[in-house]
Design a protein around this ligand. Structure first.
Ligand SMILES: [Zn+2]
Length: 210
């Protein structure tokens, strides 16, 4: 088996003018093209890492060669990332890639919400869709109905991508008053701070793997 640096070199050098690393990476930039494959089954064409859900396209400005890679490789190998024609530093590049991923997660939640509200005519679901498009989060009660119905209809979704707001006191009260089984349904969508809050209300975290 070839080593990691060897695999990267084998993938990038034939598509670059420079014959060595890291010089070759100076020729590459992120094209802003991304793809959400829904399942984490894709391979990084740079390092051969598997189980990627998101592909980011990079291009060589000299040869026109293109590869679909993972965002971590863009950062690891200093592939250039631009915004409005300006080259971003490492920190800004990381932020840009993260916000692109957040956008893809949001879009995937919206797609799931659209599907589930087509499956059943339920005012809570159609309102939740409109609410999510507008606010980019659900209330705890909405989150319960949405995640429950998505599962019931076997609609592909990532529960952890949904965002739940607990900012208003009403939402905190709703979480406090929720039955434990309902809290467990929305658990994957809660942040660690929100999980701590739920625990402080006396809710017991679900067992691992749920
Ligand atoms: Zn990679």
């Amino acid at each position: 088996m070839s080593t990691y640096p060897q695999r990267v070199a084998d993938n990038i050098l034939p598509l670059s003018l420079a014959g060595t690393l890291p010089e070759a990476f100076g020729e590459w930039f992120f094209t802003d093209n991304v793809e959400d494959h829904e399942d984490s089954e894709e391979v990084c064409q740079l390092c051969d890492q598997e189980q990627l859900r998101y592909h980011f396209e990079i291009e060589n400005r000299n040869t026109g060669g293109r590869l679909w890679v993972g965002s971590s490789c863009i950062l690891k190998f200093d592939v250039q990332v631009f915004e409005d024609g300006e080259l971003l530093d490492q920190g800004m590049a990381r932020k840009k890639l993260e916000s692109i991923k957040n956008k893809m997660r949001l879009d995937s939640c919206i797609r799931a919400l659209e599907l589930v509200s087509q499956k059943e005519s339920n005012g809570i679901l159609s309102n939740a869709l409109k609410y999510y498009q507008k606010n980019k989060y659900l209330t705890p009660k909405q989150a319960f109905v949405v995640l429950w119905r998505l599962k019931e209809h076997s609609i592909d979704h990532s529960a952890s991508f949904f965002k739940v707001s607990l900012k208003r006191n009403k939402y905190k009260d709703d979480l406090r008053d929720m039955s434990l089984s309902k809290v467990h349904v929305i658990w994957p969508a809660l942040t660690s701070a929100q999980r701590n809050l739920a625990t402080s209300f006396g809710h017991i975290p679900p067992k691992e793997g749920i």
